[in-house]
Design a protein around this ligand. Structure first.
Ligand code: HT7
Ligand code: ZN
Length: 874
């Protein structure tokens, strides 16, 4: 396949200032008429042909300035349209015919439960009409939609409504105009029969905006949380970034077939219904939090993505990393900042670190790609957000905000680059960010090795810090990074230790600026050896190798004033214990855990000065994949599982009484609320249930928890405990059947039922999952169901997916190829589950490689899937 390279970027010879589109909708033969105003750019050669992108198109008509073109004047293939001698300025009319009902790739115009909808990012617009389908072509769109009134009473597109009315023979139409020039990837259309939830928002300058959320008829009652989140997002962007909404209407549509979470089309966001619909009966607290975060994320794109877009797809992180940073900040302000930060870091480590440490590693701003759809990654999104956070750490909040203000002022209406973004911060701060810019350009997770010495005679405390960046594919030699390392010196009573001066590195506001390979950072005037708290707040997305005594780690886990670092200290203790247990198991020994560690778990659980949500996060042991990542090589997932289960049991036994009492005290007493504090109490109670379920009476306790649950969070948590810890017990069988009977008709909730079963540990889950692909509620064509069953199995079931006989991989390869026939994008994403195959022990490694080869040898492999498997195998 073709490789696209950043250095090859050239502006196109033409621009398209105006785009008119008319859709005459029909499931199998939709007529699309495009009327494009096209201008040759100043400086472009007069002989330059116009080459438009297409993807599987059938051209029915073509005219220039009202004159039909003769066949010798153009070349049309399904994937390209060339006009050989275009005038300098002209109107191009194109008619194409497309079949939304048979579009299972869910890119371009397709049907989801009889609703017409579109997905154009990144390159879906070219499946609708021929166009310069690239983000630096900004055009003003006017869209006319025609449909049969009974089939599609609702007709939506971007911008503001202009007119609507009846047509002959039961048809009707609507016209929409979007005054803001936009790239084609932000185009959207929705037509169908949907229920509406209406509200309004008055902006900071007093303009009233009509808000609409559209859902499957009958589900209007499930959109309240999303609407509330939308209004809070609009208000927050005004207050935190001074950004006001700019159209008269803002619409959100929920559809049930969607490749990703949601899409920020101008004025018409389209959502996966999983991220809109919620009530206590059907959604967990995690669902409520996700909905709030994704509604905010898409709304925030209106400024970071839409008003200022990307020059090319290499700049994807310009909108995505920045918008993730903005949604993280929003959630931190709405909920608990410390808890949010810990959850973010867990996600980053679970998804981005393995990406950065494996064959699919790429810089936050990649320099080449074969298939752009495969670059909507944790690196671009999550690490991209961490890079923005580091800019704020280095500049301070006020200067960062001044930089953002300048960014909006300088680049509004433009298609910008990462260089433009960095330049505004250099300009407002007077700092040189050229070394820092490596965070965008260089792949890999930097590591800092840290050791300390204290000299009581000279009263000097020294940190020796050394940086390294491991090699990644096609980048064997790495340059030195600028790493902002937030730190604290902690005295015996938990208080910050004062020091006189510092030498050996720039230290500002509690941050050491690491720029060289090795720093000896000397703090003078330090009487007693302090404990060192490092990477506070996770100031940089790095790994740390710290020579630190267990005493210090225990001390910090109990006393660090930085909530993140305190959580980290306990988590490090748990990880170290789990890795030691893993080694004991491989050596044939029974793992043992210190009473000090299991006792600390009990202490944290019962510490009423800490928020329940924080305590729940602390008690959630590192996952099997986290442990595998930290071990790094020669992974035996069965031994990791055994080690982890042994620690859960040891903590449960050591704290039985305290956990039982606390569990009882946390029982729900008031009316249900999805707010963060109530969710935190449920999280703590549910993790206690997980521990207690391993002790005598545990299965009865879990069954009672399930039976008496008054909300989905508790019900799903109890079902997970029963299915995972008491697999095959009468209680588990009954609960699974009860859940299915109750929610069988609700596809989103059945997704949870699939997920819970797909993650049951142990070899036989391969068979369960295979059987569930035949369940009435499962569909290979629906991305949410595929992700719930196959995605969960392959990414969250270490013992079954990595079954020693390779059966998990074989089933997986077969299924990926089956999904790919309909939806290459979803298949390619699924296939990334094998990206860490080289860290497995040799037997599993060989079997995983066979599965990858089986995928690679699939017939007519799509560009999406080929790109992933070939890079994974390279
Ligand atoms: N910007 C959106 C990305 C997206 C997407 C990309 C490829 C194929 C389908 C897609 N659906 C949504 C989502 C976002 O980051 O906000
Ligand atoms: Zn986004």
């Amino acid at each position: 396949g073709q490789v696209f390279k950043l250095e090859d970027y050239r502006p196109n010879d033409f621009s398209i200032p105006q785009t008119g589109l008319t859709f005459r909708l029909s499931p199998d033969a939709t007529r699309v008429t495009a009327v494009l105003t096209i201008e040759r750019r100043d400086g472009a050669a007069a002989s330059a042909p116009l080459v438009l992108d297409g993807d599987g198109l059938v051209l029915k008509r073509i005219a220039v300035d009202g004159r039909e073109l003769a066949p010798a004047e153009y070349l049309a293939t399904p994937d390209q349209l060339t006009i050989l001698k275009p005038p300098a300025r002209f109107e191009l009319l194109l008619e194409t015919e497309i079949a939304p009902a048979s579009n299972e790739a869910l890119m371009g115009l397709y049907r989801s439960s009889n609703v017409y909808c579109t997905q154009c990012e990144a390159e879906g617009f070219r499946r609708i009409t021929y166009f310069l389908d690239r983000p630096d072509i900004l055009s003003v769109y006017t869209v006319r939609i025609e449909a049969q009134l009974d089939e599609a009473p609702l007709l939506l597109s971007n911008g503001n409504p202009v007119e609507s009315g009846a047509l002959a023979e039961g048809w009707h139409y609507a016209v929409w105009h979007d005054p803001f020039p936009k790239p084609s990837y932000l185009f959207a259309l929705v037509a169908g029969n949907l229920g509406q939830v209406a509200d309004s928002f008055v902006t900071m300058s007093g303009r009233e905006v009509e808000l609409g959320i559209y859902v499957e008829p009958g589900k209007e009652g499930l959109a309240g949380h999303a609407m509330d989140a939308l209004k809070r997002s609009m208000q927050w962007d005004e207050q935190a970034f001074g950004r006001e909404y700019d159209l008269d209407v803002f619409n959100i549509v929920a559809v049930s077939d969607f490749n990703m979470g949601a899409m920020e089309n101008k004025g018409l966001n389209i959502f996966n219904d999983k991220y809109v619909l919620a009530d206590r009966e059907t959604a967990t607290d995690a669902d409520f939090a996700n909905i709030e975060a994704i509604i905010a994320h898409e709304y925030f794109h209106n400024w970071t993505g839409n008003r200022i877009t990307c020059r090319d797809w290499f700049q994807l992180c310009l909108k995505e990393g920045l918008t993730v940073f903005r949604d993280h900040e929003f959630s931190a302000d709405q909920r608990s900042r410390a808890v949010k930060r810990i959850a973010e870091v867990r996600t980053l480590r679970a998804h981005q670190f393995p990406e950065d440490q494996g064959p699919l590693a790429h810089p936050v701003r990649p320099r080449r790609y074969r298939e752009i759809n495969n670059f909507y990654t944790a690196t671009v999104y999550e690490k991209g957000s961490e890079v923005v956070r580091m800019i704020r750490t280095i500049l301070g909040s006020q200067t960062f905000r001044a930089g953002m203000d300048l960014y909006f002022e300088r680049h509004d209406g433009e298609a910008a680059t990462i260089e433009d973004f960095l330049k505004v911060f250099e300009d407002v701060s007077g700092r040189d960010l050229s070394q820092f810019a490596l965070w965008y350009h260089q792949a890999g997770t930097p590591n800092l090795t840290v050791s300390s010495t204290h000299n009581p005679v000279t009263r000097e405390f020294t940190l020796e810090i050394e940086q390294s960046v491991p090699p990644t594919p096609s980048e064997s030699r790495k340059r030195l990074m600028h790493i902002p390392l937030a730190f604290g010196l902690v005295g015996a009573g938990g208080e910050p230790v004062a020091y006189g001066g510092v030498e050996g590195a720039t230290v500002e506001d509690g941050v050491i600026h690491i720029r060289k390979r090795r720093h000896l950072v000397r703090f003078s005037g330090v009487d007693e050896r302090p404990a060192v708290s490092l990477n506070r707040g996770f100031s940089a997305p790095i790994t740390l190798s710290v020579e630190q005594k267990a005493d210090d780690q225990f001390f910090l886990a109990g006393h660090d004033s930085d909530a993140f670092a305190r959580w980290q200290a306990f988590n490090t203790l748990l990880t170290d214990a789990l890795i030691a247990a893993f080694r004991q198991i491989l050596g044939g020994a029974k793992p043992v855990f210190s009473a000090r560690l299991t006792g600390l778990a009990g202490k944290i659980a019962g510490d009423e000065t800490l928020e329940p949500a924080y305590r729940a996060l602390a008690l959630a042991l590192p996952g099997e994949a986290d442990i595998a990542r930290d071990i790094g090589r020669n992974i035996d997932p069965d031994a990791i599982f055994t080690a982890r289960e042994a620690l859960v049991l040891a903590i449960a036994r050591a704290n039985q009484d305290a956990f039982t009492k606390l569990y009882g005290r946390l029982a729900e007493d008031g009316p249900f609320s999805p707010d963060a504090a109530s969710a935190g109490r449920r999280a703590l109670r549910n993790i206690l249930l997980d521990y207690l379920s391993l002790l005598p009476g545990g299965v009865e306790l879990a069954a009672r928890h399930f039976e008496t649950a008054t909300n989905m969070t508790d019900r799903a948590a109890a079902l997970t405990v029963l299915a995972h810890r008491h697999d095959g017990s009468p209680e588990a069988i009954k609960a699974l059947a009860g859940f299915e009977a109750r929610y069988g008709a609700d596809p989103l909730v059945m997704g949870k039922w699939f997920q819970i079963q797909a993650s049951v540990p142990g070899p036989k889950t391969v068979e369960t999952v295979r059987a569930l692909t035949g369940h009435a509620a499962f569909s290979m064509a629906n991305p949410n169901r595929v992700r719930s069953l196959i995605g969960t199995f392959s990414s969250a079931n270490q013992t079954s997916f990595h079954r020693a006989d390779g059966e998990g991989y074989r089933f997986f390869a077969q299924t990926v190829l089956e999904v790919e026939k309909r939806n290459p994008q979803v298949a390619a994403r699924l296939a990334t589950a094998l990206r860490s195959w080289r860290s497995l022990e040799p037997g599993r490694q060989a079997k995983a490689r066979e599965a990858l080869l089986a995928i690679a040898n699939g017939e007519n492999l799509s560009a999406d899937l080929r790109d992933i498997v070939e890079r994974t195998l390279a």
